[in-house]
Design a protein around this ligand. Structure first.
Ligand SMILES: *Cc1c(COP(=O)(O)O)cnc(C)c1O
Length: 411
C-alpha cells in the first residue's frame, strides 16, 4: 500500500536525508562553538567542521580550492551576490548583463533591479524545448557585456542548458559566467573548471540538506572574480558575506554534497527510469498529453506534462493527496500561468493544466504507479465533464470513418 500524501515535488524542496540530519545534530548541542572564535577548542571544532564542508562542496563541483566556496543563506542570496556583486564591481568595464527568460525569479528579479540602476539586460529567448541558442547569445554580446547568467537546469521543465559551451564562449570573450545550478548540483555532473564557470549558486534544501543554507562558488584565479558584498560586517567569508556562520546548516550541506557525489550516478539512473515509467504509462493511457521541456537533455527526476481539456483548478483539487506542482503560480488575486511554460510557447490554457512531477531520492516505483493511476483516473473523469472534449471526440470519431489513420500528438 502506498502511504498518502505522496511527495512528488522535489524541485520545490527535498526532505533532509537522515544521514545528513545525523551529522548536523551535535552542532546544535555540544558542538555549538562560533567558527570565528579563534581562542578556544569550541571555535576550532566548528571551524574544522566548516572547513570539511567547504571541501565536500568544492569536490562535488570540482572547484580547485575550498576557498572558492562562500556560504550564504541559499540560492536566492547566492544569485543576488553573484549578479549584483559583479555588476557593482565591474562598473568600470561595462554595464551589460545577459540572462534568459526562463530563469528563476531570483535571477530575473536581480536583473530587473539592475535595470533600475542603469544596467542594460538582455533576456535571451528559448526554443520549444527550453534551450537557449548559442547563436542568439553570440549576437547579444557587446563591448559592455560583463556577465552572462544562465541556469544549469530549469526548475520547472528540467531542461539542461549547454553550460560548457556557454562557459567556453564567455571565457573566450573575457566575460564572466554565472550559473544558477540549484537544480543541477548533485543531480548531474558539474565541473566548474572544465565548464568555464566563474560563479555558481547552489542550495542545500534541493539536495536533501536543510533549508536556509547555500553557497556561491566564486572563482579565485583565471580570472579572479571580484564581488562587491551585499552584507557588510565582520569580514567573514573573505569579506564577501559577513555574518556568523550557520555551522549545523553548513555541516548538513557538506554531507549532502558528499552523499550526492557518491550516489549521483546510480540515483540518476534510477530516477530517469522512474520518470520514463511515469511518462510512458500516462501517455499510453491518455490522449492529448504534451511533454514540456527537452526529451533527453533533462533532469533525471523531472517530468512536466500538459493535459488538454481539463480545468487546472479542478485537476489540482482532484489530486490533493499527491504533492505536485502546477503550471500556475498563485499570486494574490489571480492564477498566472508560469513564465517558463509561456516562454516555450505553451498556450495559456494548457499552461494552467500542466503538472510538474518532481521525483526524488525517496520516491518509489509504487508511488509512481499510484500517481499514474490517480492522474489517469482524474483526467478521464474531468474530460467526461468537458463539452469541448466531447465535441472533439465526436468530430474525431466522424473523421476516423473516412481516414484510416488519425494524426495524434501524444507527448
Ligand atoms: C529553489 C531555487 C532557487 C531559490 O533557492 P533558495 O535556496 O530557496 O533561495 C533559485 N534558483 C533555482 C533554479 C531554484 O530552483
Amino acid at each position: 500500500m502506498v502511504q498518502t500524501p505522496v511527495y512528488m515535488d522535489n524541485h520545490a524542496t527535498t526532505p533532509v536525508d537522515p544521514r545528513v540530519l545525523e551529522v548536523m545534530l551535535p552542532y546544535f548541542t555540544e558542538k555549538f562553538g562560533n567558527a570565528a572564535s579563534r581562542s578556544h577548542t569550541f571555535g576550532w571544532e566548528s571551524e574544522a567542521a566548516v572547513d570539511l564542508a567547504r571541501e565536500q562542496i568544492a569536490r562535488l563541483i570540482h572547484a580547485s580550492s575550498p576557498r572558492e566556496i562562500v556560504f550564504t543563506s541559499g540560492a536566492t542570496e547566492s544569485d543576488n551576490l553573484a549578479i549584483k556583486g559583479v555588476a557593482e564591481s565591474y562598473r568600470d568595464k561595462g554595464n551589460h548583463v545577459i540572462t534568459c527568460v526562463t530563469e528563476h525569479k531570483a535571477v530575473l528579479d536581480c536583473c530587473k533591479s539592475l535595470e533600475k540602476r542603469g544596467c542594460q539586460v538582455t533576456y535571451l529567448p528559448v526554443d520549444r524545448d527550453g534551450l537557449v541558442s548559442m547563436n542568439r547569445l553570440r549576437e547579444a554580446i557587446t563591448d559592455k557585456t560583463i556577465l552572462i547568467s544562465i541556469m544549469a537546469a530549469n526548475n520547472e521543465i528540467g531542461t539542461i542548458e549547454p553550460i560548457k559551451e556557454i562557459g567556453q564562449f564567455a571565457h573566450e570573450q573575457g566575460i564572466l559566467f554565472h550559473t544558477d545550478a540549484t537544480q543541477a548540483v548533485g543531480k548531474i555532473p558539474l565541473n566548474v573548471e572544465q565548464m568555464g564557470i566563474d560563479l555558481l549558486s547552489l542550495t542545500a534544501h534541493k539536495m536533501y540538506g536543510p533549508k536556509g543554507i547555500g553557497a556561491l562558488y566564486v572563482r579565485a584565479a583565471k580570472p579572479r572574480v571580484r564581488l562587491r558584498p551585499m552584507i557588510d560586517g565582520g569580514g567573514h567569508e573573505r569579506g564577501m558575506r559577513s555574518g556568523t556562520l550557520n555551522v549545523p546548516g553548513i555541516v548538513g550541506l557538506g554531507k549532502s554534497c558528499e552523499i550526492a557525489q557518491k550516489e549521483m550516478a546510480a540515483e540518476a539512473e534510477r530516477l530517469t527510469s522512474l520518470r520514463e515509467r511515469l511518462k510512458k504509462k500516462i501517455s499510453d493511457q491518455l490522449e492529448e498529453v504534451y511533454v514540456n521541456g527537452h526529451p533527453t537533455k533533462r533532469l533525471p527526476g523531472n517530468m512536466n506534462m500538459s493535459f488538454a481539456y481539463v480545468e487546472g483548478e479542478s485537476l489540482l483539487m482532484a489530486l490533493k493527496e499527491i504533492a505536485v506542482s502546477t503550471g500556475s503560480a498563485c499570486t494574490s488575486a489571480s492564477l498566472e500561468p508560469s513564465h517558463v511554460l509561456r516562454a516555450i510557447g505553451v498556450e495559456e490554457e494548457l499552461a494552467h493544466t500542466s503538472i510538474r512531477f518532481g521525483l526524488g531520492r525517496f520516491n518509489t516505483e509504487e508511488e509512481v504507479d499510484y500517481t499514474v493511476r490517480r492522474v489517469v483516473e482524474e483526467i478521464r473523469r474531468l474530460r467526461e465533464l468537458s463539452p469541448l472534449y466531447k465535441a472533439r471526440k465526436a468530430k474525431r470519431h466522424g473523421r476516423q470513418q473516412t481516414e484510416s489513420k488519425l494524426p495524434e500528438r501524444v507527448s
